[in-house]
Design a protein around this ligand. Structure first.
Ligand code: PMP
Ligand code: GLN
Length: 379
C-alpha cells in the first residue's frame, strides 16, 4: 500500500497500556485519572438525553456552552471572544489540533514545535503534507525558550505549536517568553496553535498564561482545550477551540467536514456543570497533593524527580540506577517492578535519550503509594 506514515509506530500510550494489562502492572503511563469523575455531569448527560438532546448539535456546538466558555475566557484572560463566531466545540483536543493543522497547513509548509511533544503533532502535520520541525528543549531545565524557535523560522514557517503547561515535561511558559513570542510573530503570517489542555493543572500558586490574553497575539492564536482534563473524563473526548473570527471561519470549513458536530448530551451537561467554576479550579490543589505524594513516596527509590510546574506528569531520572535506553527501561520496569511509565524518548524526535521516564500522578493515593512501594524495592 501507499503508506503515508511508514515511520509512525503504534502510539506509545496504547503500547504501554497494553503491556500494563499483560503484566498486571500499575499503570502510571497513559495520562488518565483512575479515580471517578464527579457524578453531577454524569447525571447531566442522562438528563440531557431524557430531555431529547439526542440529535446533531449545531456544528460549532450548543450556544449555551459556548457562552459559558466566552465568559470564562473573559474572566481569566481579560479578552472577549464572541460565542457565536469565535468558539467551536470539538470531539476532544486531539481532533481540535488536527483540525487546526489541516485548516492552515498546505504542502511543504513548516510547523515548529518544541521537542519532546505530545505525539499527535508530527503525524497530523505529515497527514496534510506539511513539514514537522521538532525544536529540542534544553536539558535538564526544559525551558520554553522562544529563541530556540526563532532560530528555526524560515520563509516556509506557517505555524508554531506551543503547549503550556507542557506534556511531558510539566514546564510552563513565562510572561517574558510570551512577550518575546509576541514580538517574533507580529507582522508575520505565522499561526500560533496553543495547546492549553492542562490550563487548570498548574502548581505552586502559578497562574496559567495564555496567548489569548495579548491582543496582537490573539489575532493569530488558535487555542485548544479539553474538557476531558478539566473534568476528569478523558474518555468523553470533548474539547473546544477559541480563535479570532477570521481564523474560526476557516477552521469551521474543516471542522464541518471532519467531525461536523460533537456529542450533544455532554455539551448540555458540561454547560450546566460549568456554572460553578470551583469544579475546575479545585483541580490544581487536588493534583498538587498527588504530585507531592508520589515524590515523597519515591524518596528512597533510585528514581530522582525533575521539577514540575503543571500537567498530570512528572519526569523521573533513573540515570543513577541503570544505563538501559529509555524504551528498554520502561519495558523492563513494567515487567520486573510492575509499574508502567512512558519512556521520554517515545515523545521525542531530536531530544535524545537522557534516562527519563514519565509517570502520571493523576491516580488514587492508594495507587501512587502501591506503585512507589514497588519502585522503592528496586534498591
Ligand atoms: N494535548 C496534550 C498536550 C495532551 O496531553 C492531550 C492528552 N490529554 C491532548 C492534547 C488530547 O486531549 P483529548 O483527550 O481531549 O483529545
Ligand atoms: N494525553 C495523554 C498522555 O499524554 C494520552 C492521550 C492518548 O492516549 N492519546 O498520556
Amino acid at each position: 500500500i501507499n503508506s503515508k506514515f511508514p515511520d509512525t509506530p503504534t502510539s506509545i500510550f496504547t503500547e504501554m497500556s497494553q503491556l500494563a494489562i499483560q503484566h498486571s502492572a500499575i499503570n502510571l503511563g497513559q495520562g488518565f485519572p483512575d479515580y471517578p469523575m464527579d457524578p453531577l455531569p454524569i447525571q447531566g448527560v442522562t438528563k440531557a438525553m431524557e430531555d431529547g438532546y439526542n440529535q446533531y448539535a449545531p456544528s460549532s456546538g450548543y450556544l449555551v456552552l459556548r457562552e459559558k466558555l466566552a465568559a470564562k475566557t473573559l474572566k481569566e484572560h481579560g479578552q472577549s471572544f464572541d460565542a457565536q463566531s469565535e468558539i467551536t466545540i470539538t470531539p476532544g483536543a486531539t481532533n481540535a489540533l488536527f483540525t487546526a493543522i489541516a485548516t492552515f497547513i498546505k504542502e511543504n509548509d513548516e510547523v515548529l514545535y518544541f521537542d519532546p511533544a505530545y505525539d499527535s503533532y508530527r503525524p497530523s502535520v505529515i497527514a496534510v503534507g506539511g513539514v514537522p520541525i521538532a525544536v529540542p528543549l534544553s536539558y535538564p531545565d526544559f525551558k520554553l525558550d522562544i529563541d530556540l524557535l526563532k532560530d528555526k523560522i524560515t520563509p516556509a514557517t506557517k505555524m508554531i505549536i506551543l503547549n503550556t503547561p507542557h506534556n511531558p515535561t510539566g514546564v510552563t511558559i513565562t510572561e517574558a517568553a510570551l512577550l518575546k513570542l509576541h514580538d517574533l510573530l507580529v507582522g508575520t503570517n505565522i499561526i500560533l496553535v496553543c495547546d492549553e489542555v492542562y490550563e487548570h493543572v498548574i502548581y505552586d500558586g502559578q497562574k496559567h498564561l495564555s496567548p489569548l490574553a495579548y491582543p496582537q497575539l490573539r489575532e493569530r492564536t488558535v487555542s485548544v482545550h479539553s474538557f476531558g482534563k478539566m473534568f476528569n473524563c478523558t474518555g468523553w473526548k470533548i474539547g473546544y477551540i477559541i480563535a479570532d473570527k477570521h481564523l474560526t471561519e476557516e477552521i469551521r470549513k474543516v471542522h464541518q467536514n471532519n467531525a461536523f458536530s460533537t456529542f450533544s448530551p455532554a455539551q448540555m451537561a458540561i454547560a450546566e456543570y460549568m456554572s460553578d467554576p470551583d469544579t475546575y479550579q479545585r483541580l490544581a490543589g487536588f493534583l498538587q497533593m498527588k504530585r507531592d505524594l508520589l515524590m515523597q513516596s519515591l524518596k528512597d527509590s533510585p528514581l530522582k524527580p525533575l521539577a514540575v510546574q503543571g500537567s498530570y506528569f512528572q519526569l523521573y531520572s533513573y540515570e543513577g540506577f541503570s544505563l538501559m535506553p529509555e524504551k528498554e527501561f520502561a519495558i523492563w520496569l513494567n515487567r520486573e517492578a510492575g509499574v508502567t511509565g512512558i519512556p521520554l524518548s517515545a515523545l521525542c524526535e531530536q531530544f535524545g535519550d537522557h534516562k527519563l521516564i514519565r509517570f502520571c500522578f493523576a491516580k488514587q493515593d492508594e495507587t501512587l503509594k502501591k506503585a512507589a512501594k514497588r519502585l522503592c524495592r528496586l534498591g
